[in-house]
Ligand binder design. Sequence first.
Ligand code: PBG
Length: 357
Amino acid sequence: MTIATQQQVIHEEETTAMARFPLARPRRLRATPALRRMVRETSLDAGDFIYPLFVTHGQDVARPIASMPGVSQLSVDRLPAVVEAVAKLTVPAVMLFGIPESKDPVGLENFDPDGVIPRAIRAIKEAVPELVVITDVCLCEYTDHGHCGLLNTANGDARPHAYLPEGYVLNDETLPVLVRVALAHAEAGADIVAPSGMIDGMVGAIRTALDGADFAHVPVMSYAVKYASSFYGPFRDAAEGAPKFGDRKSHQMDPANAREALREAALDVAEGADFLMVKPALPYLDVIRLLRDKFPQLPLAAYNVSGEYAMIRAAAANGWLDERGAVLEALTGIRRAGADLIITYHALDAARWLQEG
Ligand code: PBG
């Protein structure tokens, strides 16, 4: 059969089929920008974004992070200009990570009222009072070992838990430290505290302490479902919080697990979390969808982490993909999966692109 005859046969079959069933033509709704806009299912808005900031000691410091082009560690005096730009782009919130002056096994600066984060909170609140200030509550940037909790390490004669391994991240012993950090942030004026360590009971302990200290109005954004991910690499340069030995697999989740995420989220809901979070975002869109469906009562955030940012920036810098298109598509995908809010280093660029239309 020649091609022409084949086409003739196909055409006749199609015509017969179309006579019986009008052919569905989804392309009808894609014909013009206005039609596409009318049938768009997912919105992306600067109001969905949370912009992370890395705050460091010193004067007039803006130290670029090599693995995160466009992101810098900033000293407190540099923050007002940045947060004014954030507010101008109508991004409603920032999330703060601190780099302390010195580190020790407990991370003492973490709950010092004059530590880098309390000073940053006050500076931001003075510059742009309406901006929502969210603070990361964890130990890893502050401890000399770089772990997210106190360690099962001998101090004197014996280690605290003989049957747990040397260097194990202790759970219940870490909770009072997290509580002190959350209280220090709330006292300095944080609007939301965000415990990120995946320590069991952290949300309940912080909620109880806040309520007992006249901070019942301060919400807890729980990093409820945080995976032991390789995509945090660039962040660990930025926040100087890489573990000095070992990994975080005894507390962060196994990337292979999704049903376990339901258990983590259910506990945090029961403990009084006001927001849930899935982190990272792009390799875990199914988990975002799962949480959105199973816990519709809480706003859901997704953390588009440093490695996800670095991949797009690196590819764009090589001319391998169009940055604007790739970023807006990735962020839309995270929203489509079910996230209400996206913590992203792309926030300011994306807000600008959305404004330009
Ligand atoms: C822990 C924390 C991490 C990130 C946010 N909070 C790192 C880790 O768990 O090792 C990673 C965020 C990112 O990669 O952008 N305080």
